[in-house]
Design a protein around this ligand. Structure first.
Ligand code: 8YV
Length: 329
């Protein structure tokens, strides 16, 4: 039987499915440090990860390893150049989380615009003594301009929801999306700079790559309206968190909603001390149904890539399909 490592706690029924095909080693505890992950992968044929970094050294130390299935749509934790050089397949879990993540992007944007957590903290602290005409005044969402940076599947699902809120939608993406999609979403393409100047609510939904490290830093925040909000449901590192903390402190922008952070689970101390930010612990895809779907899809990819199950040899979500069928190097 082929050997696999499941590097993170996941739903036990998914472990049971994997056991039908493989000899399963399961880390049902904290994330493994890099050297421990490398040690545990040394004799494995496959692995299921969730954001765990996998690079050249780990692959070199695991000569049998043929596939690493990530339980996430983002795979910036994989060094894909190293995967390609070693002929190791990476897989991810797209699509199953689109609507859940779009819902959450909206929830975070609206909580940010309408100061939901800030006002709740006020209430819980026993400070609510009277109704005031100017208490917790926020920014309208309905009828405003939504700026989406990253018009992939999740960005499009966010744009679709904007119709019901009578919003203008502007977007920026590496390349313009097809004309038909722009028309269906009623979304207009903008340069990043134009979008930042124009949008009342900016939502980030782009993948993290080295090119878009700090796509939003001090210079970009300076372009935004002082009344605008910024929501990040993409990846830590896309925003310069230190620059954002300063922009929030000085009210350069009105507020931010953040589900992802540089160096998470650590959060920049400057973000923890300003009131005008809504903070959540990387839970945009965390609905009961979606996290189960992601875990099952990651398992399906692993099973298929290791030549088992109904899709043997044909995993649904290969990131680097060119290595399929090639011998490990
Ligand atoms: C994951 C995510 O839960 O899919 C992604 O890219 O950010 C989340 O849905 C998280 O990355 C853990 O793998």
């Amino acid at each position: 039987m082929q050997k696999i490592l499941v590097a993170r706690p996941i739903f036990p029924e998914v472990i049971d499915r994997l056991k039908q095909y493989f000899d399963v080693e399961w880390n049902n505890g904290d994330a493994l440090p890099a050297d421990e992950l490398t040690r545990r992968l040394a004799d494995k044929d496959g692995a299921l990860t969730a954001g765990d970094p996998v690079g050249a050294a780990t692959l070199a130390a695991a000569p049998r390893l043929r596939v690493v299935a990530n339980m996430a749509v983002g795979y910036n934790n994989f060094d894909m150049a190293a995967f390609n050089a070693a002929n190791v397949l990476g897989t991810n879990t797209p699509d199953v989380l689109n609507e859940t993540t779009a819902d959450f992007g909206w929830a975070l944007m609206m909580a940010t615009a309408r100061r939901i957590t800030e006002s709740e903290h006020f209430l819980r602290a026993g400070k609510w003594e009277k109704w005031q005409h100017d208490a917790f005044l926020g920014a309208d969402v309905y009828g405003s301009t939504l700026g989406i940076v990253g018009m992939g599947r999740i960005g499009q699902a966010i744009a679709r929801r904007a119709k019901g809120f009578n919003m203008r939608v502007v977007y920026h993406n590496r390349s313009r999306v097809a004309h038909g999609i722009e028309a269906e979403l009623n979304a207009e393409y903008r340069s990043k700079e134009a979008l930042l100047r124009e949008a009342d609510h900016v939502v980030l939904v782009l993948p993290y790559t080295s090119e878009n490290h700090h796509t939003i830093g001090a210079a970009e925040l300076a372009l935004m309206k002082p009344t605008a909000t910024l929501t990040n449901v993409a990846r830590g590192g896309i925003v310069d968190d230190a620059a954002l903390a300063e922009a929030l402190r000085s009210r350069r922008i009105a507020a931010a909603g953040l589900d992802v952070f540089e160096g998470e689970p650590n959060v920049h101390p400057g973000l923890l001390t300003v009131p005008n930010v809504v903070l959540t612990p990387h839970i945009a895809s965390a609905s009961e149904a979606t996290r189960r779907a992601m875990a099952n899809l990651a398992a399906d990819n692993l099973i298929a890539a290791l030549g088992e199950g109904p899709r043997a040899g044909h995993p649904a979500n290969p990131i680097n399909p060119d290595v399929l069928g090639k011998a490990r190097s």
